[in-house]
Ligand binder design. Structure first.
Ligand code: NAP
Length: 434
């Protein structure tokens, strides 16, 4: 029997488990570890709560999780409850599918001021990640600046703009829904350091900004390149840019919230007000030089009482595992860190691509493992169970997660699929562990 430990139960983890089953059939046993008592990683805590159809992919992971040779081992933190070196003793291969849970820093003065957040924290807050459930962002001011022109910035801006009624059918957690419902924002600025042709927003999601109840989406037509230049874009990007053109052509409305794109605008500093909280973002106008943003020297300030930087993520280093600082991921050769130790998904390639990108990634890493190793009589999960018992770890297995899921479904608002538990204690209790 070949024993594989996968660390992280998000898409990268489950696609890797699926690939292992395809490769070795019944001759492999896969244990999927997660620091949370709940599975599915960013499907639960990253994908926007109002994008429920995307979350449906978790049913595919569930089918893998329910098969005989795959086990979910939740509520176990690698590096705290058990070391990587110990896992490597027990399993033939260890695959790090730990994602990229930390915000990249802007590296600007003022970025640690109150009410300035990275997107991992802010998205984690409205999605009920236990680490960020207590974030308590202040939405009582008039202006918010969302830094970045990627899909996460788009998610954050849309969530900030929606009314309570527009969250019907979503699984946004109650604390965030209540806070958003009392928001006094009248302006959300999406700051892009480059131009409309350089956005990294998918057309379907960008198009949603045109249908918001209380927000008018504003694009300055002067920022748009000549229409003829759209021909050089790939079809998806052309569609996205067409949305921007439509927003620019829409006459101003009397909706109470302006959602404006400020292109060619690079943040330079976050400015504090007298109360020590964020009061503005200082910005430098840019121009494109061979595709890169270059400062023009024109500086201005955008008043803001809330700033969310959506500029990408990085993987958490693990002591003893080679790390690529500049890429914010584990140092690896197409998924191989060392023979016996691998990485996959965002932990391998950095925070790019969609959920589906992780499938070929999972199959790729299993090919590497198949080339490197064969069963060697290691103890695998039986060895872990002994160690967990000796350390009195409160491991949450898949059937216990199913109890959590059932309890979350039961306590859902009438128009929601679930009301997530947002603390580890509540999750463990719902799992029947205490
Ligand atoms: P992203 O797509 O890499 O976008 C990051 C944005 O931040 C870019 O506009 C980038 O500008 C900007 N940026 C980076 N550093 C900056 C700085 N120092 N100052 C100002 N701007 C800066 O990352 P993401 O939005 O976090 O998304 C991560 C991945 O998840 C992407 O692959 C995304 O498509 C995916 N995702 C998909 C969905 C969906 O399909 N619905 C939803 C959420 C996330 P430059 O381009 O100039 O570098």
């Amino acid at each position: 029997m070949l024993h594989i430990a996968i660390i992280g139960s998000g898409p990268a983890g489950y696609y890797t488990a699926e690939a292992a089953q395809k490769q070795w059939g019944d001759a492999v046993q896969v244990d999927i570890f997660d620091r949370l008592p709940v599975p599915y990683g960013l499907i639960r805590t990253g994908v926007a709560p109002d994008h429920q159809s995307i979350k449906g992919v978790s049913r595919r992971y569930e089918a893998v999780a329910l098969s005989d040779n795959v086990r979910f081992i939740g509520n176990v933190t690698i590096g705290e409850d058990i070391e990587i070196a110990e896992l490597r003793e027990l399993y033939d291969a260890v695959v790090l599918a730990t994602g990229a849970p930390h915000d990249k820093l802007l590296g600007l003065p003022g970025e640690h001021l109150a009410n300035v957040y990275g997107s991992a924290a802010f998205v984690g807050w409205y999605n009920g990640h236990p680490q960020f459930a207590d974030l308590d962002p202040d939405l009582s001011g008039a202006g918010a600046v969302v830094i970045g022109n990627g899909n996460v910035a788009l998610d954050v801006a849309r969530i900030l703009a929606k009314t309570r009624a527009e969250f019907a059918g979503s699984d946004i957690v109650a604390h965030a829904l209540d806070r958003l419902d009392q928001s006094r924002l009248t302006r959300i600025t999406l700051l892009g350091r480059r131009g409309p042709h350089q956005i990294a927003m998918t057309p379907k999601e960008l198009g949603e900004l045109g249908h918001l109840t209380r927000a008018y989406t504003r694009v300055d037509a002067a920022d748009l390149p000549d229409l003829s230049e759209d021909a050089a874009l790939d079809p998806g990007q052309r569609k996205s840019v067409t949305h921007l053109r439509n927003f620019a052509a829409t006459p101003p409305s009397d909706k109470p919230l302006d959602l404006e794109f400020d292109f060619f605008a690079a943040p330079k500093a976050i400015i504090a007000g007298e109360d020590g909280k964020v009061a503005a973002v200082e910005v430098e106008r840019t121009r494109l030089d061979d595709g890169r943003a270059v400062g023009t020297g024109e500086i201005y300030r955008i008043p803001a009482s809330l700033v969310v930087a959506c500029i990408g993520y990085q993987t958490s280093p693990i002591p003893g595992v080679p790390f690529d600082e500049s890429g914010g991921r584990f140092a690896n050769d197409e998924g191989r860190i060392l023979p016996g130790l691998y990485c996959v998904g965002w932990a391998r390639r950095g925070p790019s691509g969609t959920i589906g990108t992780n499938r070929p990634d999972g199959f790729g890493v299993i090919e590497k493992i198949a080339a490197d190793i064969s069963a060697s009589g290691k103890l695998g999960g039986a060895g872990f169970d002994k160690l967990a018992a000796a350390r009195k770890l409160a491991v949450v297995e898949f059937h216990e997660w199913q109890k959590i899921e059932e309890a979350e479904t039961k306590r859902a608002r009438h128009d929601a699929p679930r009301e997530k538990f947002v603390s580890l204690g509540e999750m463990i209790a719902a799992a029947g562990k205490i």
